[in-house]
Design a protein around this ligand. Structure first.
Ligand code: C5P
Length: 294
């Protein structure tokens, strides 16, 4: 499925969300980042971006609570690409937000990747994935995953050393539940307590194989998020959402990335939709989405 469309007036790009099926924090690095081993999965909840030729770079956003200057990763990515390419003009960028922010769903990073891909096409730069990923990493650790354009990938380093994992026809269904508070990524990593971490064997291939065979208990055993272990103590609502998802039939539930979204894994669209309806009724402050692997 191509997420980029050339239109008569410019370019349109859909920016998907992600969840992390596992996220291991290996160690803190001297540069302040953490060395990770994570399995990214792209999921079908989208922001929409449109790009038109314009003399200067400008960003408009459907969510008035978000900045439209360089603090917004979409504009930050556009400025980085303009600087790298020396492109002489600009673009007007319109961003329609659906992915909640400070949610662990990679919304800002995905917008940034969509900007790199969209402007690369609009400005006819012809940069490949490699070059765009390198520029993307200046904007955020998760940007290279979204530039890569694959449903599943293992990320090492800051998350930018990527190895795509063949999906083998696996399509999972997710219910995403975002509580009324957000968590900043920096805050989540700062709260990490390595002492509390128990050993865990990450195995992306076996995880996806279990999903393919419908061996759900086995799959649940492979899901793990080291940041959840540290956040759970402080944020009881996350534990509550996890339990509610399992109560509503999820085979497994986990904090996504640095939170605050929790996702449940379901075998079908029907089961996920039913669970989502019930979860919305359970707590009206929760934002609930259904999204498959894309
Ligand atoms: O790269 P990004 O801007 O998304 O990271 C935000 C913050 O999250 C970083 O400043 C850092 O505190 C933390 N982080 C980390 N290790 C990573 C990714 C992010 O410590 N691999």
């Amino acid at each position: 499925m191509s997420l980029l469309t050339v239109t008569p007036s410019g370019v349109r790009v859909l920016a998907p969300a992600k969840v992390n099926l596992y996220l291991r924090v290996i160690r803190r690095r001297p540069d302040g980042y953490h060395e990770l081993d994570t399995l990214f999965e792209r999921v079908g909840l989208y922001d929409k971006l449109t790009f038109r030729h314009a003399p200067a770079l400008t960003l408009r956003c459907s969510d008035p609570s978000l900045p439209t200057d360089e603090r917004n990763l979409a504009l930050k990515a556009a400025l980085a690409l303009k600087r790298h390419s020396g492109y002489g003009a600009g673009a007007s960028i319109r961003l329609v937000k659906r992915i909640p922010h400070a949610a662990g769903l990679g919304g800002g990073s995905s917008d940034a990747a969509a900007v790199l891909l969209g402007l690369d096409r609009l400005w006819r730069l012809g940069y490949g994935v490699r070059k765009l990923s390198r520029i993307g990493l200046e904007v955020g650790s998760d940007v290279p995953f979204f530039v890569a354009g694959v449903p599943f990938a293992v990320g090492r380093g800051r998350g930018e050393r990527l190895r795509p994992v063949p999906a083998g026809g696996v399509r999972l269904w997710h219910v995403l539940v975002k509580p009324p508070f957000g968590i900043s990524t920096r805050e989540a990593y700062q709260g990490l307590d390595p002492v509390s971490l128990t050993p865990y064997r990450a195995d992306a291939k076996m995880l996806l194989r279990s999903a393919k065979l419908g061996e759900w208990e086995r799959l649940a055993g492979f899901l793990r998020n080291d940041l959840e272990v540290s956040l759970n103590k402080r944020v009881t609502e996350i534990a509550k959402i996890k339990a509610a998802l399992v109560e509503q039939g999820a085979h497994a539930s986990l904090l996504s990335g640095s939170g605050s979204t929790v996702f449940g894994v379901y075998a079908s669209a029907r089961l996920a939709a039913r669970a989502a309806r019930r979860l919305r009724r359970l707590d009206r402050r929760w934002k609930v989405f259904v999204a498959p692997t894309v």
